[in-house]
Ligand binder design. Structure first.
Ligand SMILES: Nc1ncnc2c1ncn2[C@@H]1O[C@H](COP(=O)(O)OP(=O)(O)OP(=O)(O)O)[C@@H](O)[C@H]1O
Length: 638
């Protein structure tokens, strides 16, 4: 997400390379002595922190200066456009590499997580499972069965280890792909632990929420909005977990959500509550609420939760940062499936048996769909269950699927474990159960490493471009301020030629009788046209009366006169200049302004020459009017 300049101060170091050349020349032409002065110490950046001494205070400008300003604005806008195009190109490169990596790794990946022994549980007589990185071996009753996985998480693996596999596909979700993360397994094997986790060890869903928000905020080429929905599938019906209380019910009711598919194959659940969440706190609040609704609606939480599927959906709206970019929508489904235990084992009857049957049917339908997709079959049997209908557009083409199959380490659960890993085997649908040869694996790894390098390069390029864009946007904003301030002032000048500014400036320039004597004695007499006239003396007395009520105007106009004073090179980082501006800000009183004739530093404000680098400030130069006022007075004389 684009971080606005107001939120994040910019480190200001412009270099004269490639795309910043325009900016550099613009700045140089625009009275900045040196582009490198645009450092955090300079007035430009200080203004960002609330100090008012910025070019935005520059006042009325002449027509050529105005034209130059307009040109500068156009140049900066053009530069931003061109950088944004480059950014979009680099971002596309990054997205393509990231997508290729996931394609090589597999769009549907199946993992196995072995739950640790629970302290409260049965004795460990014999361990039927042995595992390595991609394999689970079950030894039981003299038989040995081997099952391959994309990766196996042993008992000691942490929530972080599991999430490390999930994180890369979130990048893909932000890039516009649908993602589906599914937890499968027998009751009590850790599905909810993996998806939800605990406060101390948060699981996949809380981590997904936080990662999505943090990745979105650092995203350089697009902005994002997120929304959350939660739905429970129980006995083939849907229940909206985020709906207002009175609407949460099963069966046919006014608000029972229904599944719709649009012409593009996109699935929508009509009537399902979707809450837009602007930050992680809100997202977490709604997620917690949905989980609470699910669990508190059952008398025996553990038993009941394993007989329904709980689905959490994050919808991502992505808007590219380039002109004309279209908004893209993608979804992240996170599914905590009902327990996969066999009905015979549970000895279920009545309602429990129906629930078990419904679960098994939908799990079997899910297995069929995943297997068909992995085998790239033409027909994918999505319609066989509500679960697969809902997930239809997040399991197929272009989507990324991760299934975590959970197993118990206990000997007495070995039957269920075998069923679960067999389900996984079918879902993985590795052709003729042949795993990849070592050679092929190495080739894959090499290609992935190359793509990762490409992706990193593109990411770095994106970051650089985004920084440049932010800098130029900042400058553009400053120039716009200059432009609008000067236009306003010019309008004022036209409406009111004897503006307070002029009066005040003249008042300040025109010494009182006693002071005139001092000036004369000092040998610094002015050319005739610069001496006060009757008219200016009259204006001065008017100005003296007006000045108290116009102190604010004087302050800003005073500052303005510095920058519009012709072609001199002034620098906002000149310490004298900053000091002068500060003091003029601090004591904007008429009495103080009169001291200009005695060589007080503040009088420098009125005389741009005194700001010219390397120039000594002399009483004589103090008396020199700004070019702007000089012009006016000349015309008065003529
Ligand atoms: N990897 C793990 N590390 C520590 N404890 C775990 C782990 N996996 C599961 N547990 C613990 O095992 C117990 C059962 O886990 P959990 O409730 O997540 O299982 P489940 O498969 O979701 O069950 P159900 O299908 O009934 O909802 C919980 O007390 C949980 O904290």
């Amino acid at each position: 997400m684009f971080v606005s300049i107001e939120e994040e101060p910019i480190p200001f170091h412009l270099h004269s390379n490639g795309s910043t050349d325009v900016v550099k020349s613009v700045l140089v032409e625009s009275n900045f002595r040196n582009v490198d002065e645009l450092s955090p110490e300079s007035g430009m950046v200080e203004s960002h922190y609330g100090i008012t001494e910025t070019p935005a205070n520059v006042g009325a400008v002449s027509q050529p200066e105005k034209d130059q300003l307009e040109q500068n604005l156009k140049d900066l806008e053009g530069e931003i456009e061109s950088l944004k195009t480059k950014l979009a190109y680099q971002d596309e490169k990054r997205r393509a590499s990231s997508n290729k990596i996931l394609d090589i790794k597999g769009n549907i990946r199946v993992f196995c997580r072995v739950r640790p022994f629970l302290s409260t549980a049965k004795k460990r007589i014999q361990q039927p499972l042995s595992i390595d990185q991609e394999k689970v071996v079950i030894r039981y009753g003299g038989t040995r069965k081997e099952f391959g996985f994309d990766q196996v998480f042993p008992q000691e693996s942490s929530q972080e280890d599991v999430f490390a596999e999930v994180e890369p596909i979130l990048r893909s979700a932000l890039d516009g792909h649908n993602v589906c993360i599914i937890a499968y397994g027998q009751t009590g094997t850790g599905k909810t632990y993996t998806m939800d986790g605990t406060n101390e060890s948060p699981g996949i869903i809380p981590r997904v929420l936080s990662t999505l928000f943090s990745q979105a905020s650092s995203e350089t080429a697009a902005s994002f909005t997120f929304s959350i929905s939660m739905v429970e599938v129980y006995l083939g019906s849907l229940r909206d977990l985020l709906a207002p209380k009175q609407q949460r019910s099963y069966g046919i009711s006014r608000c029972n959500p229904t599944i719709q598919i649009d012409s593009k194959g996109s699935v929508e659940i009509e009537g399902l509550t979707e809450v837009q969440v602007s930050n992680l706190t809100k997202a977490t609040w709604w997620y917690t609420k949905g989980r609470r609704v699910r669990s508190t609606s059952w008398t025996s939480v553990n038993e009941a939760s394993s007989r329904s599927h709980c689905l959490t959906r994050i919808t991502i709206h992505r808007l590219g940062d380039t002109p004309g970019a279209k908004s893209e929508v993608s979804k992240v489904w996170m599914v905590d499936l009902g327990g996969s235990e066999r009905l015979l084992k549970t000895g279920a009857t009545g309602q429990t048996m129906d629930e078990g049957r419904a679960i098994n049917l939908s799990l079997s339908a899910l297995g069929d769909v995943i297997a068909a997709l992995r085998r790239k079959k033409n027909h994918v049997p999505y319609r066989n269950s509500k679960l697969t209908q809902i997930l239809r557009d997040s399991l197929g083409d272009g989507s990324k699927v991760m299934m975590f199959v959970h197993v118990s380490p206990y000997e007495e659960d070995v039957g269920e474990t075998t069923c679960s890993v067999s389900f996984a085997k079918r879902a993985r649908a590795v052709e003729f159960t042949r795993e990849l040869s070592e050679d092929l694996k190495k080739q894959k790894e090499k290609k992935i490493a190359e793509l990762e390098d490409e992706m990193k390069e593109a990411e770095e390029e994106c970051e650089k471009l985004q920084k440049q864009i932010r800098k130029i946007e900042f400058l553009l904003a400053e120039y716009k301020k200059i432009s609008s301030t000067s236009s306003q002032n010019q309008e004022e000048e036209v409406k009111n030629p004897a503006s307070p500014k002029e009066s005040i400036v003249e008042a300040l320039e025109t010494p009182k009788a006693s002071e005139r004597a001092v000036v004369k004695n000092d040998g610094t007499s002015l050319p005739r046209f610069m001496n006060s006239t009757v008219a200016s003396r009259q204006r001065k007395s008017v100005a003296e009366r007006q000045v108290t009520s116009r102190v604010r105007s004087f302050r800003s106009e005073t500052k303005s006169s510095i920058h519009i004073s012709g072609s001199q090179s002034n620098s906002y980082s000149d310490p004298r200049f900053k000091g002068i501006l500060r003091s003029s800000n601090k004591k904007p009183r008429y009495g103080e302004s009169e001291c200009t004739l005695t060589g007080d530093a503040k009088c420098d404000v009125l005389h741009s020459n005194s700001l010219t680098p390397g120039r000594t400030v002399t009483p004589k130069s103090n008396l020199r009017p700004t070019v702007f006022n000089h012009r006016r007075r000349m015309s008065d004389v003529l």
